[in-house]
Design a protein around this ligand. Structure first.
Ligand code: SF4
Length: 77
């Protein structure tokens, strides 16, 4: 199993909840545990996270902007 896959599996196991809004990638991207060693390399969503999902998680849309910009720069959008 690749390192990428291992990180993804760890994050999914850690945070993903199938009964709450967002795909596993979206939920991982919205992880707020910045002290986690995997935080910088966690998976990013492959498309924009719906505003309704961001609001459900109480995300500050202005604060989330840098991640959205980073996603565009690496071609995740
Ligand atoms: S980055 Fe977040 S989701 Fe991934 S392992 Fe760390 S705390 Fe869990």
């Amino acid at each position: 199993m690749s390192l990428r896959k291992r990180v993804d599996e760890k994050c999914k196991d850690c945070i993903y909840g199938p009964t709450v809004p967002g795909t596993w990638r979206q939920q991982v991207a919205l992880c707020t545990a910045k002290t986690c060693p995997l935080w910088d390399i966690r998976a990013k969503p492959t498309s924009s996270i719906p505003e309704s999902t961001l609001r459900w998680y109480g995300v500050d849309l202005v604060e989330f902007q840098p991640l959205t910009t980073a996603m565009k720069e690496v071609g995740h959008e």
